[in-house]
Design a protein around this ligand. Sequence first.
Ligand code: F0G
Length: 437
Amino acid sequence: MVTTTDLVIGAAYLRCIGCNDEVRKPTAEFACPRCGDRIEVAYRREGAPDAAALRELWRERKTSAKPIDQSGVWRFREALPILAAGSEAVTLREGNTPIYRLARSAKSAGVDELWAKHQGMNPTGSFKDTGMTTALSMAREKGFEWVGCASTGNTSASMAAYAAYAGMRALVLIPEGKIAWGKLSQSLDYAATTVQLRTDFDGCVRVLGEVIGQFPLYLLNSVNPYRLEGQKTTAYEMMEQLGWEPPDHVIVPGGNLGNSSALGKGLREMRAMGLIGRLPKLSIVQAAGANPLVRSMRESGGERLQPVKAETRATAIRIGNPASWKKAVAVLRETGGECLDVTEDEIGVAKAEIGADGVGCEPASAVTLAGLKKLTRSGFVKRGERVVLVLTGHCLKDPEYTMDFHRAEGDASMRKPPVLLDADAAAVIGLLGGMER
Ligand code: F0G
């Protein structure tokens, strides 16, 4: 039996990614007060931890009856010692999500071994829950009554749930008309104050920044570095599920670029702790209509980012001015991953393929498979390499998109529209008899 006190890894502090200084008091928007850059959580570690003992401890906790151990985030708490002693985490038992083998999609992408780490299987149906448990716990520890976010829908659904569970108040700013119904309805059901602004996501971020300057509200967008600490544990869990043997490639969607930054941080820290021996290549896929990082990499090698006016039906990643782009560039450089974009048609087909594997996901998540197909065609991913797609949201988040895809005219290969028949068994049998495999 291993005890936590044997394995304390180090104390957490905040550090600026620009000037590298310790940040004792960030601005309300989590910028460095000196140079204005983004900040991250760093750890003062004393000596190398015992990797084998950590793995054993984290595995043991899966059978514990304690809420904190049942969380797939806090199960790894030695890797994120952010809460003060005596503080309690707010957990809805996030994480511990399945990793599925995708047979059909593998064939279509041209690889032998394809996995989907399904973050849509979290309590509110997206990966946001893994970061919300950490950042909202910090908000409560700091004594805030109000939390707030600007969102394309999943962050707001997650924040609303965790705030309600903790007995706190939540302000949600979302772009009018450009949010999937599943997500909007969650925010209402979890009793957040939900405001639809006549603007896009980037406009919502701007307005929230102004609100925070004048109202005591704790910001829960992914510029909040404690969000990324929770989200990084998905990488830990993925490695654990693969027997601590890193895959060759991990592929993630890119919107505000918090998730790719978080997963990259998790991988980097795991290597430093001796939990894995090498880094997988982490590639980021954007929608062609919302591809500021792709352009930045192409035009300046990631030195500068020009915001774009974003447009895509994958509304989760309809983002033109991503907050964490510098962190994401660092991850691409460190892991040697690619950054690419895919068209609306490619997203639609890829989503239907993941659905036809029995797994399903929301449109933004499907960019990963669409991107993989391009990466195998270009030779960046080889047939014999092991690939993990990070599916970020549940298939039920955006049923309207799915219905429109299957009912649309045109290329029929992946479309499965409902068939309307008279109430007659012979008609049903006739249909089945005429079907091809
Ligand atoms: N996939 C889904 C389903 C998302 O909801 C998001 C982001 C992303 C991918 C992109 O992740 O922003 O970390 O690069 N959704 C945010 C929101 C912005 O407000 O729910 P990212």
